[in-house]
Design a protein around this ligand. Structure first.
Ligand SMILES: *Cc1c(COP(=O)(O)O)cnc(C)c1O
Length: 408
């Protein structure tokens, strides 16, 4: 008799987005004339930069001739892309990362989800709350947690991000082996400055821990003093892995390209206390289970680093950030406390009521769809997340409807 991996039974039904879809559908059915505005999802809405499209087309044409055709590429990605990333994303910001420390992949979701595989089952995990659910669920699947009890999994160190701590969690009191951090944060939109990141790097060095740093939103940082990469912090090369993605920075959510940086200085230990290179272990894992990103997609990603492409990608990000500024200003003017929106496409709003009640209020009275904070963890209760990924017109309309609904 075939048996399942029992850890899958511990997983909570990911009811967040299906519950939202259900409530939206019910409202739409009852009010067929009402036009809904969706500011809930974390997906971009604008087309790919023109430079990426041109590069994409040319690469497809190359595949049409026997001379230029490419079969399997290197599992780690083509040097033309890895070299540009090392130079432009890292070296130009004073972060020491070499091209062969970069692993190209088809998404930061897969990479942040898969990376835990190379650590032992008894690894002690620290995860922020609220959080992008991938980090938590993949550790549940791997058997690193107990059961779900009173809204939380047993055997996880939760890093509470609250209004009181400015959504910047304290260092854990008990030793954590593997620490997930995400800045600019999804869902709170908050960023970490150099001092905050340094305290985490120092903690990890003292405890011989590893930080998994998700920088999927680094392109949205507008203040040059905020680090874009954890490698801008001294010592981070020994203890941090960084995840990046072209999804939000250049509109690649449907095209799929991302990368993970594993410095050769990062070590993990066997039961005898001997050190092993994380880079070698991840290389082994990646080349065993992954066969590389499509050649045309890597050419399209390379174009993000051209003069034209980088300008176009920046225009995309600026466009969403103007929406974020409008949302933030309107919400603040209404007297609500909020975070994010300055270096992130997300605005995290203290609703002064239950998340789902606030969600229903905006849905039923304003026809605007947001995301209830409770779906991101226990600390998200009482918050909602509004996303800036939409057209300017829809954002303006949504905000004027919200204003009419919430005017105090
Ligand atoms: C959108 C997002 C990503 C990017 O995922 P891809 O798989 O590269 O599209 C990664 N981390 C967080 C927190 C995100 O919100």
């Amino acid at each position: 008799m075939i048996k399942i991996n029992g850890n899958y039974l511990k997983l909570q039904a990911s009811y967040l987005f299906s519950e939202i879809a259900g409530r939206v559908a019910a409202f739409q059915k009852a009010n067929p004339e009402k036009e809904m505005i969706k500011l809930g999802i974390g997906d971009v809405t604008r087309s790919l930069p023109g430079a990426c499209i041109s590069a994409f087309h040319s690469a497809v044409d190359e595949m049409a001739t026997d001379e230029a055709f490419r079969g399997y590429g290197p599992e780690q990605g083509y040097p033309f892309l890895r070299d540009k990333i090392a130079e432009i994303d890292f070296k130009s910001r004073g972060a020491e990362v070499s091209s062969d420390e970069i692993f190209i992949s088809d998404g930061a979701k897969c990479d942040t989800g898969n990376f835990q595989e190379i650590f032992s089952t008894d690894t002690k995990i620290a995860i922020p709350d609220p959080v992008y659910p991938v980090y938590l669920d993949t550790n549940v699947m791997a058997g690193r947690t107990g059961i779900f009890n009173n809204g939380r999994y047993e055997n996880i160190i939760y890093l509470d991000s609250t209004m009181e701590n400015g959504f910047l969690p304290d260092l854990p009191e008990q030793p954590a082996d593997l620490i997930y951090l995400c800045f600019p944060n999804n869902p709170t939109g908050v960023v970490a400055n150099k001092a905050v990141l340094k305290s985490w790097v120092d903690y990890a060095r003292e405890n011989r821990s590893i930080i998994l740093f998700d920088a999927a939103y680094e392109a949205f940082i507008t203040d040059d003093n905020i680090p874009h990469s954890i490698y801008e912090i001294e010592g981070a090369r020994e203890v941090a892995v960084e995840f990046r993605s072209f999804s939000k920075s250049a509109g690649f959510t449907g095209t799929r390209c991302a990368f993970t940086v594993v410095p050769k200085d990062c070590m993990a230990y066997d039961t005898g206390g001997n050190s092993h290179s994380l880079h070698a272990l991840w290389n082994r894992r990646h080349s065993t289970k992954f066969n590389g990103v499509s050649y045309p997609v890597q050419r399209a990603a390379e174009a993000v680093y051209s003069e034209e492409g980088s300008r176009q990608a920046k225009d995309l990000v600026d466009f969403y950030m103007k929406n974020a500024a409008i949302i933030k200003e309107e919400i603040s003017n209404l007297g609500y406390k909020c975070a994010g929106g300055d270096h992130s496409p997300y605005i995290w709003i203290w609703g002064e009521m239950d998340s789902w009640d606030f969600f229903d209020l905006l849905l039923n009275r304003a026809g605007v769809v947001c995301t209830p904070g409770a779906g991101f963890g226990a600390c998200g209760k009482g918050f909602i997340r509004i996303s800036a990924f939409n057209s300017l017109e829809n954002v303006k309309n949504a905000m004027s409807r919200i204003k009419t609904t919430l005017m105090k």
